[in-house]
Design a protein around this ligand. Structure first.
Ligand SMILES: C[S@@+](CC[C@H](N)C(=O)[O-])C[C@H]1O[C@@H](n2cnc3c(N)ncnc32)[C@H](O)[C@@H]1O
Length: 352
């Protein structure tokens, strides 16, 4: 667990870690706010009124922005927070960090398209389900040589265009995978048809990320045309029943991005065991030490580990690493065939 989300870590330390590790280079505003909180005992005391699991910087800042906190310098933010604390605290108590990033479909798509279709998709930890529509978005893959490859839905270009820089021998698809069924599971599903839920998704996007904010609106419009059903409940408890509901004749793909970090170790192990036992393909896109066994398998290629950014996610199919990804789907590094571990597993796990 990251220090910023660990309820056992003192609040000032959580905010310092958030400023230095997560916000730096990603959001100048959140870096300044988090560093400011870390050095400001009065604001720490305010935030400490919340239960420890609700003190996480991303939640408090998103709640503040939902209630109108302006992007700016820390002293103005601290004064604003004192004045609006009752509203911000109430939102923290009733909401969770559920960022739904359709951009992550760009790193999932090549793996999905390489599987034998038609596909039945099940996303665990789906939030509002925006990643359940990978075939309804357009993609612009930028290759290392400067060229671009576009891919569009069967019925033509989508209003949502996902940009992704690719390196390594990515099997970029010529056409969309055929997806015949889709469903999700989430502890607290967000509803794309609810303006309140969409406002929360918007507030969860970091201040300077205007491209992601614009994309959220367009992806919500796409999902509203044909929303995917999302079962409310714990992924480990619901997955077996949902897999049983998938249509016969389709390849069932259970996938998740930025979800398993919310589970404790026992629940992650239980879920991994379910994935090996159920008749499904399992596509995970998670932080490096989150999915049991994945980092250990990647460690068979030490040169890769040396060059892997700490923030990179690992994309794995059936527990075998196949790519490194930028956490919001902005880039994808497919593992090279000369990586012995990858070559062996890639050929075994994908039906090209
Ligand atoms: C950071 S969001 C990621 C959403 C989506 N996968 C994406 O990449 O855009 C994590 C989601 O996982 C859900 N979640 C966390 N623990 C869960 C559990 N045990 N069972 C089901 N969903 C869970 C949260 O409610 C939240 O919506």
């Amino acid at each position: 667990m990251r220090a910023s989300t660990d309820p056992l870590v003192p609040t000032a330390e959580r905010y310092r870690a958030f400023a230095e590790v997560e916000a730096r280079g990603m959001s100048a505003c959140y870096e300044a706010w988090a560093a400011g909180v870390a050095a400001d005992p009065a604001t720490v005391a305010l935030i400490d009124q919340l239960p420890a699991v609700k003190r996480q910087p991303n939640l408090v800042f998103s709640a503040a922005r939902l209630h109108g906190a302006s992007v700016g310098k820390y002293p103005e933010f601290a004064a604003w927070l004192r004045e609006h604390w009752t509203d911000v605290a109430a939102t923290c108590l009733t909401h969770a960090t559920q960022t739904n990033e359709p951009g992550r479909c760009a790193v999932l798509l090549p793996a999905l398209a390489a599987l034998a279709g038609p596909l039945a998709l099940i996303e665990v930890g789906a939030s509002a389900g925006l990643c359940l529509h990978p075939d309804r978005y357009s993609y612009r893959y930028r290759l290392a040589d400067g060229s671009e490859r576009m891919l569009h839905p069967f019925d033509g270009p989508s209003p949502v265009v996902l940009d992704c820089d690719v390196t390594g021998p990515v099997p970029l698809p010529e056409r969309m995978p055929e997806i015949v069924w889709r469903a999700g599971i989430d502890l607290h599903p967000l509803d794309v048809s609810s303006e309140t839920d969409v406002a929360w998704l918007d507030a969860l996007i970091w201040p300077e990320h205007d491209d992601r904010r614009a994309r959220l609106g367009a992806a919500v419009a796409v999902a509203r045309r044909e929303p995917a059903p999302i079962v409310s409940g714990d992924l480990g408890e619901q997955i077996e029943a949902l897999v049983a509901r998938a249509p016969a004749g389709a390849t069932v793909v259970v996938f998740h991005t930025a979800v398993l970090a919310y589970l404790n170790e026992a629940d992650r192990n239980r879920f991994a065991e379910q994935m090996t036992r159920l008749p499904v393909r399992w596509l995970s896109n998670e932080g490096q030490s989150v999915v049991p066994g994945v980092l250990e398998r990647l460690a068979e290629v030490p040169a890769l580990l040396d060059h892997m950014p700490a923030s990179a996610f690992i994309l794995a199919l059936d527990g075998e690493p196949i790519a490194l990804t930028q956490p919001h789907g902005r880039s994808l590094h497919w593992l090279a065939p000369e990586d012995e571990c990858h070559n062996r597993r890639f050929n075994r796990t994908l039906l090209l």
